[in-house]
Design a protein around this ligand. Structure first.
Ligand SMILES: NC(=O)c1ccc[n+]([C@@H]2O[C@H](COP(=O)([O-])OP(=O)(O)OC[C@H]3O[C@@H](n4cnc5c(N)ncnc54)[C@H](O)[C@@H]3O)[C@@H](O)[C@H]2O)c1
Ligand SMILES: CC(C)[C@H](C(=O)O)[C@@H](O)C(=O)O
Ligand SMILES: [Mg+2]
Length: 367
């Protein structure tokens, strides 16, 4: 597998470093044929090359079987880099360029973290849901967009929420197919009561259910109601499919259930090509976390669990994926806690200490 590692800004390199260690463990111990290439992404590129995205990096992105991404975003960036350069070097360009429309964001409660969650254990016990967030359309990419000056000299910001039938269809179909491999239930989330694009989303999702997946349990839900259902009764969900913006917000909110944003992985896939291969981007859902960057305290489990998703979806190694997920569970069960998931009074490990704990659990399982 040709894997391109783009660790990026802030805590990106810290957490990605641990995920790469785990990948190397699989290369050394489980015959994973790994060809790793690393490139800078974000501010480091700007400082070295005067561009956020050198052409050579873009070529590497196109050529990789899978990309392991860390995080992007720095306050300096917004201040010094022109908007067109920021667009050229952005994560959004990469997502759109690779056409990775299906963004899976699993949220699975770790039994060992029941006390670390801000929610009561009776709410979090058994939570095992997954978002399919449409990632390449909607509010993030719709036109017209920009800031215009009105005749009275004041300004107006404009973004446009657009979805074509085809964009809705492929995301919703992906969710139904995924549900068949899980607990066979899909919740489609929209604002059909307010937005035309939401009403179209609802119509298409309903039709796909009826015509192609009548065997799968299905419901529509308004996005605001979904926010409270996620907090009150998250075990009711299996697969949630939603648009780009709602998926961004609701998946962060669901991160609170398991205690920290640092725990959540993601995988973004394109449609398969003629050989059945999908373009693939793996990243924790959190950002560059400037408040904790450079201290060696970030939680690397979102990035490490993204490697598990890579093993499942790009390497076609479900057993290795399960082994890694078990190792993460084992490390937590043994008490490894970064600061974000520690309960008061619990001992805390560093980012690399959590990496050590996962590798030790892998060694244990492999014995
Ligand atoms: N995929 C990405 O690269 C991505 C995602 C979200 C935000 N961002 C960018 O990151 C920058 C900071 O944004 P933000 O602060 O709103 O969101 P953030 O996700 O970076 O951080 C939100 C909170 O979660 C904590 N957190 C995040 N990751 C953690 C980890 N691994 N371990 C422990 N705690 C963790 C942070 O300390 C912070 O308190 C912005 O420039 C934003 O655009 C990038
Ligand atoms: C960094 C930002 C563009 C990104 C998004 O909004 O999609 C992030 O918040 C995410 O959830 O991956
Ligand atoms: Mg987000």
């Amino acid at each position: 597998m040709k894997i391109l590692v783009l660790a990026g800004d802030g805590v990106g390199p810290e957490v990605t470093g641990q995920a790469v260690r785990v990948l190397q463990w699989f290369a050394q111990n489980r015959n994973l044929d790994l060809r790793l290439t690393e490139r800078d992404f974000g501010m480091t590129n700007w400082q070295k090359h005067g561009t956020l995205m050198p052409d050579e990096t873009w070529e590497q992105i196109q050529a990789a079987d899978a990309i392991l991404f860390g995080a992007t975003g720095s306050l300096d960036q917004a201040a010094v880099i022109p908007p067109e350069e920021r667009r050229k070097g952005s994560l959004l360009r990469m997502r759109k360029g690779l056409d990775v429309f299906a963004n899976m964001r699993p949220v699975k409660m770790q039994p060992a973290l029941a006390e670390g969650s801000p929610y009561k254990p009776r709410v979090t016990e058994g939570v095992d849901l997954i978002f399919v967030r449409e990632l390449t359309a909607g509010m993030y990419f719709g036109t017209p967009r920009g800031v215009e000056t009105l005749p009275d000299g004041t300004r107006r910001g404009v973004n446009t929420h657009t979805y074509t039938e085809a964009e809705i269809r492929r995301a919703v179909r992906f969710a139904f197919e995924l549900a068949r491999s899980r607990r066979n239930h899909v919740t489609s989330v929209d604002k059909a009561n307010v937005m035309e694009a939401g009403a179209l989303w609802r119509e298409i999702a309903g039709a796909i259910h009826k015509e192609e997946f009548p065997d799968v349990g299905f419901e529509h839900m308004l996005a605001d109601n979904c926010a409270i259902q996620l907090a009150r009764n998250p075990t009711r969900f299996d697969v949630l499919v939603t648009d780009n913006l709602f998926g961004d917000l609701l998946s962060d909110a669901a991160g609170a259930i398991i205690g920290s944003l640092g725990m959540l992985p993601s995988a973004s896939l394109s449609a398969p090509d003629a050989q059945g291969r999908r373009r693939a981007l793996y990243e924790p859902i959190h950002g560059s976390a400037p408040d904790i960057a450079g201290k060696g305290i970030a939680n690397p489990l979102g990035s490490i669990l993204s490697v598990a998703m890579m093993l499942r979806w790009s390497a076609n190694r479900p057993e290795d994926a399960a082994l890694l997920e078990k190792a993460v569970e084992g490390a937590l069960a043994k008490g490894a806690r970064t600061a974000d998931i520690a309960s008061p009074g619990e001992a805390v490990v560093s980012t690399s200490g959590m990496g050590d704990a996962v590798i030790a659990a892998l060694e244990n399982a492999a014995r």
